[in-house]
Ligand binder design. Sequence first.
Ligand code: PLP
Length: 462
Amino acid sequence: MDIHDYTDLVELDKHSQLHPFTNLSDHQQTGPLVMMRGQGTRLTDHTGKEYLDALAGLWCMNVGYGRTEIAQAVAEQIEQLSYFHSFLAMANQPSIVLADRLLQIAPEPLSRVFFGLSGSDANDTNIKIIWLYNNLLGRPQKKKLIARRGGYHGTTLATCSLSGLPHLYTGFDVPLDIDRFLLVTTPNHYRYAQPGMTELEFSAYLAEELEQLILRQGPETVAAFFAEPVMGASGVLVPPEGYFEAIVPVLRKYEVLFIADEVICGFGRLGSWFGSTHFDLAPDMMTLAKGLTSGYQPMSASLVSQEIWQVLQRAPTPFSHGFTYSSHPASAAAALANLDILESENLIERAQTVGAQLQRRLREEFTDHPLVGEVRGLGMVAGIELVANKSTKESFDPTVAAQVQVYKQMLRRGVVVRPVPNALAISPSLIFTLQEIETLVGALKESLDDVARQLASQGLLS
Ligand code: PLP
């Protein structure tokens, strides 16, 4: 067979692409699932099969697929100025307007915006800015970064090292072998609270753990704490009650910067503009990507506080950091059109009401399911943790990958969710309807029942 036959995309893909987060040898056997069209919340694959996308791409298509307003804005921008760089004080109109609009909706201390292309590079930028900031302040020792086990901040060398998901490290010689990346306990009450501990007590315990770590390392060596307001990739973890109220004073006490990684939470996912807005946080830096353009163009943003900005200006040398595509005008045009849609269609408010229904229905249907340990989430993001034993909370052996079995069943039923370690993640577009929630719930019910039956027959579910 001629593999260069462009009608056989599956075969061609097997011979041409190296896929991210993919079992490479399995892909050589099974090939890809090729998506051809997207409209609203619906996808169509190369065989013509339709899917309801309950993950919004990769937690990013906040306004849904196929928006002509965004397509037109990008096309007009490309016709007017397809590209120019932003090095050496060069600028373009849409990125200037976008930076201003972001600062208008971002929490108070944030005062400057640096544009990149992905959540990973934005967090990399943040790390470099933090190190530069402390160098400029004459604190060259203050460089260590604290994050949480289970946290996800990207896959570059530094952001992977900052992330607390061991499967990201395997075989890649990360975390980087430098004494700058520290992890604390995941704020997961279901898994890590001592029996009988309330959420408030667990939050106090986590704040104490953080303080002890800072004291052990020496506060003069600890620069920053990174946190997703709601953790995504580790199975959608909403912090326990009082978590940020307990953590933030510890950070302030030891002059440890607080970085809110809003790559998933930003732009309405939790029913407010940002996770920081929802939890009433005033971060020193904020990481934005995904919902910034609803995935229509690659773009990320690092927002820095007035205090950091003032210190950066003291640098005797230029800020020698940036990417060819920083402040890309077509991406900025997409982001502006995306913000217009979020505002004109009241999608943030909608995420509150539809999100409340999503949370209610998932809990109603699945809290008591034998395969389900916990149903959790906030607004338009939810996680369903799967367990081998509901009463002991025992997880499945990783080789069982129950979440992948459910994910495959869901695909078969035409609904896209995401398997993450021990859990299923749900994160639909903010235009998801009540009817679509019921379609999702119905497919989940059948899929969880099927997988539970199979696992029970193999003696793997008690
Ligand atoms: N930070 C968080 C919280 C994320 O969820 C992700 C990606 O899912 C990233 C950073 C990395 O973003 P990207 O994949 O755009 O590099």
